[in-house]
Design a protein around this ligand. Structure first.
Ligand SMILES: C[S@@+](CC[C@H](N)C(=O)[O-])C[C@H]1O[C@@H](n2cnc3c(N)ncnc32)[C@H](O)[C@@H]1O
Length: 323
């Protein structure tokens, strides 16, 4: 989780400017405490857990770090969010965050940021399609880009839940790492904002035999088909000194800044297996893709790439890189 917290610190440093924050499921309070320590600002952080033993640790850690803008709270987040309003809310449960999303939406200011960690990636990524239907009201399927489709299903579910409350949701930064999904979502009150977010939802299909992806039609979804980040905001993020894993964070931001907004990425091994060829070298592959259009790396996979070209052209360029 060090990387997860590092990214939170980097975003607070550069682009998240809240006044009242809630680390709603804080355990030892490590995330909220690191943010207060490493990203100073004019905000107040309530660090909450329903477990009183966890709260003892949080209190101890606040004192240890002599933090003046952090305070401990020992409540069920659902009670707390029925009474208080925050403009940054962080949910980090064991497993799915969905049961807690309605409370977070209820306790969110008119404009705010909802941060969510989800560790139930298997149900979203096609391993347990029944569970995905029940929990996320969406169809999943195992595929070579399963973490991207899973993440998009998760965003899509929150968009639909928010729309019921006349709230719009757009990604500030959403990613997959180390077997979890992490979402930073901007929320905004208003029927227009809700409608705008709903317009970015849709279905898709993937044909295992041909590799064809159809976006906008198919049985997988509903899911978010818009950008996974606010590119301008992410491009303006400066990675601060003193992080736990600075090199990894720097590399991720470098790729996020260049990553194309084209759903869905291709996996080198997927295409090589389909064409019955040995995968080409990474540089040869990227060069061949550059010769036909725009191409970028992706943080979803070190061997993946995104391109704006149609599948037939991608396959032809792939063959040429193998020659
Ligand atoms: C995965 S841990 C949180 C890890 C922590 N955010 C971190 O970065 O280390 C989940 C925590 O949520 C707390 N929790 C579970 N249900 C809760 C609820 N309804 N309200 C408040 N806290 C809750 C648990 O006590 C547990 O400490």
């Amino acid at each position: 989780m060090a990387f997860n917290r590092d990214v939170s610190v980097a975003l607070f440093h550069s682009i998240i400017r809240p006044r009242k924050c809630l680390d709603a499921m804080a355990a030892t309070g490590a995330r909220g405490i690191r943010i207060c320590n490493e990203a100073p600002g004019n905000y107040r952080f309530i660090i909450n857990d329903k477990d009183s033993l966890a709260c003892d640790h949080i209190q101890h850690n606040i004192e240890l770090n002599t933090l003046e803008n952090a305070e401990v709270s020992n409540a069920d987040l659902r009670c707390l969010l029925a009474e208080e309003i925050f403009d940054y809310i962080d949910l980090d449960p064991f497993g799915t965050p969905i049961p807690f999303v309605p409370s977070a939406l209820q306790g969110m200011a008119r404009k705010g940021i909802l941060a969510v960690t989800a560790t139930d990636t298997a149900s979203l990524s096609g391993t347990h399609p029944g569970k995905c239907r029940r929990r996320y009201m969406a169809n999943s399927q195992r595929n070579p880009f399963l973490h991207e489709s899973g993440l998009r299903i998760m965003i899509g579910t929150i968009v639909r839940m928010a729309a019921q409350e006349d709230k719009g949701v757009t990604p500030l930064l959403c990613y997959y790492a180390d077997h979890y999904f992490r979402l930073f979502l901007r929320t905004k009150d208003g029927a227009g904002a809700a409608d705008g977010s709903l317009e970015q939802l849709g279905m898709m299909s993937y044909d295992r035999a041909t590799g064809e992806r159809k976006v906008g039609e198919g049985k997988m979804g509903p899911m978010w088909l818009g950008p996974l980040m606010d590119r301008e905001a992410i491009s303006n993020t400066v990675v601060p000194e003193g992080l736990e894993c600075p090199e990894r964070v720097r590399q991720h931001f470098e790729i996020w800044k260049e990553e194309l907004d084209v759903p869905f990425f291709y996996e080198t091994n997927e295409i090589a297996a389909m064409l019955k060829l040995s995968p080409p070298g990474r540089e040869e592959l990227m060069e061949a893709m550059r010769s036909i259009g725009s191409v970028s790396r992706t943080n979803f996979s070190p061997t993946g790439f995104r391109t704006d070209r149609p599948l037939e052209e991608v396959l032809e360029a792939f063959r040429s890189a193998c020659r």
